[in-house]
Design a binder for this molecule. Structure first.
Ligand SMILES: Cc1cc2nc3c(=O)[nH]c(=O)nc-3n(C[C@H](O)[C@H](O)[C@H](O)COP(=O)(O)OP(=O)(O)OC[C@H]3O[C@@H](n4cnc5c(N)ncnc54)[C@H](O)[C@@H]3O)c2cc1C
Length: 389
């Protein structure tokens, strides 16, 4: 018998929402009724991949971006749990939040943790106004899961850092104002592959940057290839410590992997399925929907628990990997269940809202166990955390 000793404590604290969040929830719902009531179902299905600059600005004007950040940078100084309430309402409605999503979720908190005061004052207020959008430049051709093997490199010169190389799969780079890029600034040390990586803020309009959109299966140009040819990045755009980028990147992961977006991306298909089945309800359909909702409720509780831990200053990376893995699996099962319960196959062009949403989610949900870290990598992290490898 093998006795496994857990390497990292994996726990979920039951998170409860503060009472003031009910007021906020009503406020967000009213906002959504005012600005999104005639938004088409198939657009709502894009969830946090759908972008609309005007909508981002409206969110900013209503205090829904940078909600937890200090007021001096344009933030709202509200709790992570209040932000959670706003997020789940936006996602449940399929609001087009993608333009500012990365900046709000990841880049802003990164700058608050590691940025200089000048960087915070310069970059955070436009994010909170919904005017400045960020993308994450980590993955490269042949360096996705094995991120430490990236080859895009920066050489220090009198003018700043000269960057050469390429990134791939960079979501929303084509509409982003800045990228936060992970760049190799020192040659790789085979004994410590994670050393020598640095994070830079890169203005996407800098000469030498080429952005080439990649079309996904659903026909969207959501992610991109980026090429850097002698791109000069000023010294003051280095984020945190030169060579210490790896440690900084890993602090972003709990934010990236545990939010309600990890189980609400396909919610529109659940609504459409319920609509479809309600025309001729059966016991079988009730059981199927009941299971879905029970699963959804459990995932929500797990994700909410991580929001509480983040609020308490913890870094629950292992629990976050679990939410991402279980959430992604749950979402990928929804189209199959929809087929089992209705007998309808996804239709690409025609059909009603249910058909179109089902076709869209069937295609894009394949990527849910790739983006933000693949299924095998998540399972590896969980197994290591449990002391199984
Ligand atoms: C919709 C979408 C949006 C994305 N947006 C961004 C973005 O904005 N910014 C960004 O930087 N990246 C982004 N990515 C890239 C994403 O992070 C990578 O696709 C992912 O990390 C996997 O890397 P890869 O594609 O190189 O596959 P690989 O790492 O080559 O993996 C290929 C297969 O091998 C498996 N595998 C690899 N290593 C191991 C291992 N050690 N053990 C077991 N199995 C293994 C993987 O699980 C996978 O199944 C996005 C991807 C998608 C699909």
């Amino acid at each position: 018998m093998i006795i496994c000793v857990p390497m990292e404590d994996i726990h979920f604290t039951l998170g409860t929402l503060p009472t003031q969040s009910n007021v906020l929830r009503t406020q967000v719902r009213n906002f959504l009724v005012e600005y999104l009531s005639d938004y088409p179902s198939v657009k709502r299905a894009q969830s946090w991949s759908g972008s609309d600059r005007a909508f981002s600005k409206l969110m900013g004007a209503n205090g829904f971006i940078g909600m937890t950040w200090p007021k001096k940078y344009g933030g709202g100084e509200r709790s992570a749990l209040e932000r959670y309430v706003m997020l789940e309402e936006m996602l449940a409605a399929g609001a087009p939040v993608a333009a500012h999503w990365i900046a709000d979720r990841q880049s802003g908190p990164l700058l608050l943790n590691f940025g200089t005061e000048v960087q915070r004052q310069r970059f955070l207020p436009p994010i909170t106004r919904g005017e400045s959008y960020f993308c994450i430049g980590m993955s490269e051709p042949n360096s996705g899961s094995d991120l430490a093997s990236i080859r895009t490199h920066g050489k220090h010169t009198k003018k700043g850092w000269r960057i050469n190389g390429s990134k791939i799969w960079t979501s929303k780079a084509n509409i982003s104002t800045y990228m936060i890029a992970l760049i190799r600034t020192r040659p790789q040390d085979p004994k410590n592959r994670h050393e020598g990586l640095s994070q830079f803020l890169i203005d996407m309009k800098t000469p030498g940057i080429t952005i080439r959109p990649i079309q996904n299966m659903a026909g969207e140009k959501m992610f991109n290839e980026i090429f850097f040819d002698d791109v000069i990045v000023p010294d003051n755009m280095l984020v945190g410590t030169e060579g210490g980028g790896w440690g900084q990147v890993t602090t972003e992961l709990a934010f990236e992997r545990s939010g309600p977006e990890r189980y609400l991306s396909s919610i529109q298909l659940i609504y459409e399925l319920i609509n479809e089945l309600s025309e001729n309800p059966t016991e079988r359909s009730a059981i199927g929907i009941g299971r879905l909702i029970a699963h959804l409720g459990t995932l929500r509780q797990m994700s909410l628990s991580i929001a509480s831990m983040l609020e308490a200053g913890e870094s629950p990376n292992l629990a976050a990997a679990l939410v991402k893995e279980v959430g992604g699996g749950f979402e990928q099962e929804i189209p199959s269940l929809a087929y089992e319960l209705t007998g309808r196959v996804p239709l690409l062009a025609d059909g009603n809202d249910f058909d179109q949403v089902m076709a869209y989610i069937t295609q894009v949900s394949r990527s849910f166990s790739l983006r933000g870290g693949t299924r095998e990598i998540m399972r590896g992290i969980i197994a290591r955390g449990l002391g199984l490898r």
